[in-house]
Design a binder for this molecule. Structure first.
Ligand SMILES: Nc1ncnc2c1ncn2[C@@H]1O[C@H](COP(=O)(O)OP(=O)(O)OP(=O)(O)O)[C@@H](O)[C@H]1O
Length: 368
């Protein structure tokens, strides 16, 4: 297994469109790195450059101590798992698994042992003599995983591998893949992974670290918890977390945060963390930190409520902006709904202040 390093990596497509803007990314040996971002942010382009399926315009890709820019895919010691499985339809699972080794002229007994080993790890032994059309989506994806695993690559590349599966199967495959990653590490065979998805649940549950991308730029690289607790900018704040963080535009005057006709007094909990005081600011607060309060607090107009079981998402208008708050089911039942007005108090200990001009989070990181 090897470390993967991207340095000043850039991609300009034929028509002159710059898709990747000189990105730097360092994936440690044995690390599970997720690339996530909205459609068109260049996750696939980046992955395909690492795989050797797309030419690099400038910059460097290093796997271990080798610069691989000029190497064809087959020489890069990588294995890729695609969303459409890419299994050979006329070959049984056994032959699909062994195919790469056969091409590499690995002797038959060794090939068979490797197939057994991978089939054991992925629990697909009973499927070895089936054809791909006799497999369910989840089984086919495990075979595709097996085909990558059997090559003992230095880096695994995954391109949205679960997007063709239904929600339940996706959830169980997520666990299977991360379990496999942990198991290989425990067995002394750590695998370096780059996993592309647009699904933030996949990113948050699978990644050791996540690289959030937008328009061919890296917005932040951090652990899931760090991204959630300390988003570096408005984009990451809005992209990570569900329901989405509330972002309330306002102006800072002294210790007041003014939004429309209302004022939030910024206390030490937030003032002490601020590196600068942007005049055009935005207050970021996650829905669970926007508390229903009696009597005082911000006044908002309740628009709708979504019953989620033990909690209720309340959608309200605050000075012309839609915001969400999470209330306990009992708290919601007890709420006086005789008029549409509700009172809300942000827990400033968990608030972020963003500079609206640059989008940067100017509140110092919240404690661990
Ligand atoms: N062959 C190409 N020629 C020109 N532009 C391209 C080409 N392939 C992709 N692009 C552009 O490069 C940008 C990045 O595309 P890419 O497919 O890498 O994004 P993505 O983040 O993987 O999106 P998705 O999640 O929709 O697959 C997009 O604006 C896309 O239109």
């Amino acid at each position: 297994m090897a470390r993967l390093q991207l340095s000043k990596l850039e991609k300009v497509y034929g028509g002159g469109f710059k898709a990747v803007h000189g990105i730097d990314l360092d994936v440690q040996e044995g690390e599970f790195m997720v690339l996530v971002g909205p459609s068109g942010c260049a996750k696939s382009t980046t992955l395909r450059m690492i795989a050797g399926l797309e030419e690099v315009t400038s910059g460097e890709i290093r796997i271990g101590d080798r610069i691989v820019n000029a190497l064809p895919p087959g020489k890069r010691r990588i294995a890729m798992v695609f969303q459409n499985y890419a299994l050979y339809p006329h070959m049984k699972v056994r032959s699909n698994l062994a195919f790469g080794l056969r091409l590499a002229h690995v002797p038959k007994p060794e090939r068979e042992a490797a197939v057994q080993e991978v089939a054991r790890i992925l629990e697909i032994e009973p499927l070895l003599d089936r054809l791909p059309k006799q497999l369910s989506g989840g089984q086919a994806q495990r075979v595709a995983l097996g085909r990558a695993l059997i090559k003992k690559p230095e880096v695994f590349l995954f391109d949205e591998p679960l997007s063709n599966l239904d929600a339940k199967l996706r959830a169980s495959m997520r666990v299977r893949i991360t379990d496999l990653h942990k198991r290989l590490k425990a067995e002394g065979r750590p695998s370096t992974v780059v996993y592309v998805t647009h699904d933030q649940t996949e990113a948050m549950t699978m990644g050791d670290r996540i690289c959030v991308m937008k328009d061919g730029h890296i917005m932040q690289v951090a652990t899931p918890k760090e991204l959630y607790d300390r988003p570096a900018n408005l984009f990451v704040a809005g992209f990570i977390g569900s329901p989405e963080m509330n972002v309330i535009d306002g102006e800072i005057e002294g210790t007041d945060f003014r939004l429309g006709g209302q004022v939030i007094s910024l206390d030490e909990a937030v003032l002490n963390r601020m590196q600068s005081k942007p005049q055009e600011a935005a207050l970021g607060i996650r829905p669970q930190h926007m508390k229903l309060s009696a009597g005082n607090g911000l006044t908002a107009r309740l628009r709708s409520a979504e019953f989620m079981g033990h909690e209720v998402y309340l959608h309200a208008m605050l000075e012309g902006k839609e915001i969400t708050t999470v209330a306990g089911a009992a708290e919601y039942d007890a709420l006086d709904r005789s008029d549409e007005r509700i009172r809300l108090t942000p827990d400033l200990g968990h608030a972020h202040i963003f500079d609206r001009q640059s989008g940067r989070n100017v509140s110092l990181p919240l404690a661990g």
